[in-house]
Write a protein that binds this ligand. Sequence first.
Ligand code: COA
Ligand code: MG
Length: 304
Amino acid sequence: MPNSLRSVLFVPAANTKALAKAPALQADAIILDLEDAVAVGEKDDARTAALRALSVEGWKPPIKAVRINAFNTGWAEADLLAMTPAGVDVLVIPKVESAAILHRVRAVMARAAQVPGRPLPALWAMVETPRGVLNAREIAASAAGTGLGALIAGTNDLAKELGCDGLANDREALRSHLAMIVLAARGYGLKALDGVYNAFADEDGFVQEAKQGKRFGFDGKTLIHPAQIGPANTIFGPSEEAVKRARAIVRAFKLKKNAGKGVINLNGEMIERLHLQDAQALLDSLPVLSAKPSSGSRKGKKPS
Ligand code: COA
Ligand code: MG
């Protein structure tokens, strides 16, 4: 089972207190942010602080990521040269509008210092501009050549660029864009992560939006505050009901009378072998999800 990405927390690299908390949090992934959460005058210090935080031993979150600055800012190259050999699993690239940007990222990474035996970080692309959404398919299709592993919906930037109210009426104005991002990710075997919920003190609002993201097909949600981790892990993890149903499906296909059948009747519902595959995948994921997320204890591959 691939790594689960239920909860993916942004941590501003310029915030010393937040940075110190990151290694002990129960998130599936942490993204140390060098971009929008860091003021212009703090960029260099934030990069140094991120490197220091990454060198701390015993991180609980299984995936360590860093979001670099966008290419048109002048900081991206220094970010990439510093972070490529720094032991991160993933580099998050903001404002990706084409596959060409990801190829440029790879070219700079190839010039960075290499640590023998340490694989290059995977890339996750933030889709957060109108052109990014329009080109989501091309971006996702570049995965084999760019090491792209996930698309992230950047809903704050997208709403700003579109001039829409992204939060009104259950994100009505963004629904087609979010669906495009999930579609592109799924079409090319990538993970899809939903955007952040800004009102971090509003747990009910967060839960509602996270459940909507789950219904849309996202694997998890990007987060801005530690209080959002627990709810995200619950909502994007398998529900008790889903586990019960998966067990029933697997059991039913094991019955002698169903051996070799492509489709069966389970309590008045048509169940096909594709449902069996989903059920088995869900059950296979259980030990991974319930294991304490210490870096050494996870099964499965790093994201690629
Ligand atoms: N990661 C780790 N720790 C965090 C955190 C985060 N994203 N957000 C808050 N915390 C910590 C705080 O440092 C604080 O620690 P303390 O109790 O030792 O003082 C604790 O959690 C409680 O924080 P709280 O007082 O509720 O919020 P705040 O005013 O400190 O921070 C924000 C609020 C929005 C500024 C902060 O959550 C944040 O910067 N989030 C991430 C923003 C970001 O990365 N944006 C870019 C991507 S969209
Ligand atoms: Mg953004």
